[in-house]
Design a binder for this molecule. Structure first.
Ligand code: MF3
Ligand code: CO
Ligand code: CO
Length: 253
């Protein structure tokens, strides 16, 4: 069942999205060589408490941290830890999901630490562009698979692959709602997009193969099968009469 949000609910979603985006910006400003992802998680926890919010990831299906931190060949769901220390040339995706007044916001970005290899810088900037191509494809009344089509059409010529086993999702009172939002071309066209729908788009784009595996030692961390790099960007969006509103966008980002 897809929950369409009322104008009142959309206001709450807007606030949740705004705060989620602000925390992501704050954490991004703290990144530096030698910082551990555990320290990043602690900063997030302090910020969340200071703003009287809640992390949606902490204890979600047993996830042990307030943010996800995914470095280099980690696709997503990386667990912050003291031994994950940022080095020049790394890329790190920080994924922030918050609950505010009962509604969820969810957004992530991949950041570069210092100077990164040009191939890596390209992966990051093109993955961001892929997200925006997906958003630009949205039109109320059209089927949701236009998003994955647009992302694949843009990323395929670079030789990249799109992770298919993880997708975007409806979001609202629940962290993960229907519909499923696929990031690549599919035979099934999916549902028609309707005013009041709120969902995430969060393409994970790999330099090498699209296959991934879950680290059996923690049952969370998703790695690329070939350990080549992966980047991801995520926004929470709402379908409105005029088209689409990005709920996790800050004016200056
Ligand atoms: N924020 C992730 C998403 O974009 C979900 C993380 S769930 C967790 O859907 F349990 F790994 F934190
Ligand atoms: Co999400
Ligand atoms: Co997320």
């Amino acid at each position: 069942m897809i929950v369409l949000k009322t104008a009142e609910e959309l206001k709450k979603m807007r606030y949740a999205g705004l705060m989620t985006a602000k925390l992501l910006r704050y954490l991004g400003s703290k990144l530096e060589v030698n910082l551990s992802t555990l320290e990043l998680n602690i900063m997030a926890e302090k910020w969340i408490a200071a703003h009287s919010l809640r992390s949606a990831t902490l204890h979600y299906n047993g996830f042990p941290a307030s943010i996800c931190t995914s470095i280099n060949d980690v696709v997503c769901h990386g667990i912050p830890k003291a031994s994950d220390i940022l080095q020049e040339g790394d890329i790190i995706n920080i994924d922030v999901s918050l609950i505010a007044n009962g509604y969820h916001g969810d957004t992530s970005k991949t950041f570069s630490i210092g100077r990164v290899h040009p191939e890596v810088a390209n992966l990051v900037s093109r993955t961001k562009e892929a997200l925006y191509r997906g958003i630009a494809a949205i039109q109320p009344g059209h089927r949701i698979n236009v998003i994955g089509n647009a992302i694949q059409q843009y990323t395929q010529p670079f030789g990249y692959s799109i992770v298919r086993s993880l997708c975007g999702h409806g979001i609202g009172r629940k962290f993960h709602e229907e519909p499923m939002v696929l990031h690549a071309k599919e035979r099934r066209k999916g549902v028609r997009m309707k005013v009041g729908m709120t969902f995430t788009i969060e393409p994970m784009i790999n330099i090498g193969v699209s296959d991934v595996y879950i680290d059996p030692s923690d049952n969370w961390t998703v790695f690329t099968q070939d350990h080549k790099l992966s980047a991801q960007f995520e926004h929470t969006i709402a379908i409105t009469e005029t088209g689409v509103e990005i709920l996790t966008l800050l004016e200056d980002s």
